[in-house]
Design a binder for this molecule. Structure first.
Ligand SMILES: CC(C)(COP(=O)(O)OP(=O)(O)OC[C@H]1O[C@@H](n2cnc3c(N)ncnc32)[C@H](O)[C@@H]1OP(=O)(O)O)[C@@H](O)C(=O)NCCC(=O)NCCS
Length: 232
């Protein structure tokens, strides 16, 4: 499906999201082989050094990234490798981020603006197997979810996990340091939008003068979150 079917394209507040997926089984292996052949030779070279699952993620991620850049008229012939922090390297005219989950990948791309940075994340829209809430949520966020039943709470936790990973990908290019999940709080509304703010004092001072905006949606069986950090 990666090459044979158009990607899912979702224009949004933070840029264009392109989502691709591979089928399971032998069909999926053929799709991945064709998608690999369509990558830049240096992306192919890197793919061939990776273990099978990671290789599939890499192929899907780079395929989605090229689709998102193309959809924003930012296509380029350069290899889209990774920078020293692990973020995707893209042309200087572009801002981009990507995520993969299983046989799916999503990439977000937008024209580069110096005061803006973006992030995207994809997670299963399902409660996680183990309760990760105490690691991911602040005490205030935990209290906000107290009244939900077990399944709704589990879904709300994985959604917030995804939103925070999108935030991390947006802020890391500026901060260039690990930021813990409990250093940030997110507020998500029912219309698919939201905001994030720093609760950790060091992070709050690093992000002084910045706004952190979020979008979220359920796309088939996944949460899709995007984040925009903007320095005013
Ligand atoms: C880096 C991290 C966010 C990746 O998330 P993940 O769920 O493991 O994996 P995803 O598939 O969603 O994303 C992987 C992609 O993120 C991108 N990425 C990796 N490091 C990155 C960074 N420092 N900045 C921006 N993007 C990064 C890469 O494109 C990578 O895919 P690729 O290697 O195939 O190119 C995660 O591993 C991590 O370290 N999180 C801890 C910090 C955090 O999220 N804090 C939240 C509070 S702000």
């Amino acid at each position: 499906m990666v090459n044979d079917v158009e990607p899912i394209l979702r224009p949004g507040r933070h840029g264009l999201v392109a989502m691709v997926r591979a089928s399971s089984g032998d069909d999926g292996e053929h799709e991945l082989a064709r998608a690999l052949a369509a990558l830049h030779p240096r992306e192919q070279q890197l793919a061939l050094t990776l273990a099978p699952l990671r290789k599939a993620e890499w192929i899907l991620g780079r395929t989605a990234l090229r689709q998102a850049l193309r959809g924003q008229d930012l296509a380029c012939d350069l290899p889209l490798l990774r920078d020293d922090r692990g973020a995707p390297s893209v042309p200087t005219t572009a801002a981009a981020s990507l995520s993969h989950k299983g046989r799916w990948a999503a990439a977000l791309a937008a024209p580069r603006q110096a005061a803006r940075s973006i992030g995207v994340d994809l997670e299963h829209a399902a409660p996680s197997r183990y309760d990760i809430s105490a690691r991911v949520l602040t005490d205030r966020e935990l209290r906000q979810l107290e009244s939900l039943d077990e399944r709704a709470r589990g879904l709300a936790v994985t959604l917030r996990f995804s939103a925070k990973e999108a935030v991390y990908k947006a802020i890391d290019p500026w901060l260039r340091r690990y930021v813990g999940f409990r250093e940030v709080e997110v507020e998500l509304d029912a219309q698919g939008e939201g905001r994030a703010h720093a609760v950790d004092p060091r992070l709050a001072s690093e992000l002084a003068g910045c706004t952190l905006e979020l979008t979220w949606a359920q796309v088939e069986e996944h949460w899709l979150c995007t984040a925009l950090v903007e320095r005013r």
